[in-house]
Design a protein around this ligand. Structure first.
Ligand SMILES: [Zn+2]
Length: 236
């Protein structure tokens, strides 16, 4: 007889483990597989881009100018604009033709990959979009004018847009950190700290930047999955 079969020897941990094993076995047996994910998971690369206030659109592209649609984005109502600007760093290094995304926002913001920051000479902080306090600035040059941003240049923190059904399914809430596993030939990777950005009218979509997308060879990925990490001791 095994040690575990003697009730007096069973520790609380043993009992919990046995119960857990039985329950998970039972659930797997009864349902066959997990509940279906309510929405397909899209993982897209956000190439470097700029968000502009309407006021800045008019400075850069002329009084009365409006952004015009070049290509709709996956999220309803958002688009890549025909308009582009040059982003100039502190040592006059420049990246030309950076796409503006619409619609306009309250505050202008420049989202770059680390590699872009290195070539511009800007030490990019990793920030959730819109969290611009204390971030570095740059100069934006358009066909009709120039804007000097005092702040607003960031590397956007990798994130996943989730609607109510997705929050339910993954049992998480706005601001939680998930993991994204990308299965790619030769470079399967788990990205941590994929921050949940919840809103009502949104499609399930992960945004990575070009550095991240290239590192995991996203173009060749065969499968992607979001994973809720076990609670760990560290604070993030
Ligand atoms: Zn996004």
């Amino acid at each position: 007889m095994s040690q575990l079969a003697t009730p007096s020897r069973l520790s609380r941990t043993d009992i919990e483990r046995v119960v857990r094993d039985v329950l998970s076995g039972h659930l797997a047996g009864s349902t066959g597989k997990r509940t279906e994910q309510p929405n397909p998971l899209m993982v897209n690369i956000s190439a470097r881009h700029v968000h502009l206030s309407q006021e800045h659109v008019e400075v850069l592209f002329g009084a009365g100018s409006q952004l015009t649609v070049f290509k709709p984005l996956y999220q309803e109502g958002y688009f890549a604009a025909n308009e582009t600007v040059a982003v100039v760093g502190p040592r006059l290094r420049m990246i030309a033709n950076v796409r503006v995304l619409g619609p306009c926002r309250g505050a202008s913001q420049v989202e770059l990959a680390f590699t872009d920051g290195i070539s511009l000479g800007i030490d990019l902080p990793v920030k959730i979009s819109g969290d611009l306090a204390g971030t570095p600035g740059c100069v934006l040059v358009g066909p009709k004018g120039v804007i000097e941003l005092q702040s607003g240049v960031i590397r956007a923190m990798r994130h996943v847009h989730m609607g109510p059904d997705d929050l339910d399914y993954f049992k998480c809430q706005n601001g939680d950190h998930l993991q994204l596993k990308i299965h790619s030939p030769g470079c399967t990777t788990i990205l941590e700290d994929v921050v949940v950005r919840a809103s009502k009218e949104v499609k399930l979509e992960v945004h990575l930047d070009t550095d991240e997308g290239n590192a995991v060879n996203l173009d060749r990925a065969t499968h992607v999955e979001l994973i809720k990490p076990e609670k760990c001791g560290c604070k993030h």
